[in-house]
Design a protein around this ligand. Sequence first.
Ligand code: PEP
Ligand code: MN
Length: 345
Amino acid sequence: MIIVLKPQPTPDQIQHVLERIEELGFQPHLSQGVSRTIIGVIGDERKLEATPLQAIDGVEQVIPVLKPFKLASREFRPEPTVIEVKGVRIGGGHLGIIAGPCAIECEESLFGIAEAVRNAGANILRGGAFKPRTSPYSFQGMGEDGLKLLKAAGERFSMPTITEVMDPRQLDLVCEYADMLQIGARNMQNFDLLKEVGRTDKPVMLKRGMSATVKDLLMSAEYIMSQGNHKVILCERGVRSFEDSTRNMMDLSAIPNAQGQSHLPIIADPSHATGRPDLIPAMARASVAAGADGVHIEVHTCPEKALSDGPQALLPDQFAALVDDLRRLADVLGRTVDSCESLTV
Ligand code: PEP
Ligand code: MN
């Protein structure tokens, strides 16, 4: 359930409600919005039925949340969440432009791609060091050496970085090097991993599983948030369908659908959704027009030599033209794209 406090509660009133909830054996989650202060109470609500929470000083209303996800719901936080990573904001009208290679391959190629996407206007650098490949014989990623290169490239080009973590055993290592964590589609329901990333303070981009519903995605976000980390960014990356001319089926409606139910930002990944460079720009533009809080695009300077997902990589020029379009769209729609120029290295 959520407890809505009266406008402008005093710090003592907030503290008192939090303490009371804890005394009752529940975990309170505080959300201080511009206009409202809301406290989420997570746990078996039947135990609270006999407790007159409305009688606590400063409480205006106690509302049961009927949705199975609570902290991720709009009821818990009516205004959109804005997540900031090293000065780059995502959500609430700010677009994240995440770009880079599928996999980190070597210093020369990563730095070349990082420079190109940075010059084109990307504001977050991606690159996989631990790769979830369908075949155990495919390139599995550079591991820690890759993470070191990603961090160095992020510092060199003043960009925050994101990389995938596949296993709780890799988490400390990945947190040492990356600014944001990515949970891949194949791990969207790896609940132990979700709980572990929920105990960190890094922003997490949670990708939709290839056969997951929007509700499943929000339940997985709830897993992360239930552990205290509320910095979750959803990502639509397409779902499996009978269509075999694209890698997946991009579900554009998932974007406003998730936003209607949740305050969390949602990014679109047309690279994995379509698997086709000829379709990626159109779907990226459509996503932003549909309300996406950013895009996630794979770029490579030499796709034919890429060790992973080469066929879907955009060339730097194609990516730069796309970012120009997205910036113009953002202007028309009254949204902004933070550049990382203001970052202090
Ligand atoms: C990726 O981002 O490189 C990736 C493996 O994506 P997904 O988990 O969406 O397949
Ligand atoms: Mn990829």
